[in-house]
Write a protein that binds this ligand. Structure first.
Ligand code: AP5
Ligand code: MG
Length: 214
């Protein structure tokens, strides 16, 4: 099954994608995690991406699309994958569609997590992230078992650089302008699933699995 997670920054795409990936046994591919890993390692891609990410801007399409198209062509994606944070612009969505069509494939569901901006702002300040495995926590809503330590890999959790309130505001503006149009794109493709992302995480998960029949 090939899934796309849609939703504003902080809507819960990463949290739900990780659980879905475990349930469906298919890879979770987060472009944000890929960039953060590159930033941490100081690669040329990381250096370029950091310039945009730190301001809450999108990384240019040409630095993202080939990377994802290449990634979904890998062996572990044969049975499907979950794209989290990609596509994020109409050109990215069109290029992905074209690359899949060339292989007689398509996205099965685009899962759109609906959460209002004011709820998002509250979530971001409490978020803690693992830069090693991509897991995400919230100090109140989804705390790790041991404070400050990732349940999955034992790494120290951090507050992401782009979770400062000013940057979050800009990320929301960029989302509404560049990414929200993808909701109509996938509606026209006939694969959009709207999910209320404000419920408790396990309720959101149940709603998603029910909606996509897994
Ligand atoms: P990316 O890492 O994708 O960030 P994002 O889309 O802004 O989304 P987030 O990771 O912030 O939120 P999320 O929806 O995953 O929510 P989470 O599950 O963590 O991208 C970062 C940057 O990289 C972008 O700004 C851009 O610059 C660049 N980039 C990435 N992809 C790109 C692309 N394709 N093109 C161009 N540039 C790109 O949850 C948030 C918090 O809420 C957590 O603390 C969580 O514990 C909590 N929470 C989750 N669900 C619930 C719930 N149901 N109830 C209560 N709390 C909850
Ligand atoms: Mg995320």
């Amino acid at each position: 099954m090939k899934l796309v997670m849609l939703g504003a920054p902080g809507a819960g795409k990463g949290s739900q994608a990780i659980t879905l990936s475990e349930k469906l046994n298919i890879p979770h591919i987060s472009t944000g995690d890929i960039f953060r890993a590159n930033i941490k390692e100081g690669t040329p891609l990381g250096v370029k991406a950091k310039e945009f990410i730190d301001k809450g801007e999108l990384v240019p399409d040409e630095l993202v699309t080939d990377l994802v198209v290449d990634r979904v062509g890998k062996d572990d994606c044969k049975n499907g994958y979950i794209l989290d944070g990609f596509p994020r612009t109409i050109p990215q969505a069109r290029d992905l569609k074209k690359a899949l069509e060339d292989k007689a494939m398509k996205i099965d569901f685009a899962i759109n997590l609906l959460v209002d901006d004011d709820v998002i702002v509250g979530r971001m300040g409490g978020r803690r992230a693992c830069l090693n495995c991509g897991a995400t926590y919230h100090i109140v809503n989804m705390p790790p078992k041991k404070e400050g330590i990732c349940d999955h890999c034992g790494e120290r959790l951090v507050l992401r650089d782009d979770d400062k309130p000013e940057t979050v505001k800009n990320r929301l503006t960029v989302y509404h302008e560049k990414t929200q149009p993808l909701i109509d794109f996938y509606k026209e493709e006939g694969c959009l699933v709207d999910i209320d992302g404000t419920k408790a995480p396990d309720e959101v998960f149940k709603d998603i699995t029910r909606a996509i029949g897994v």
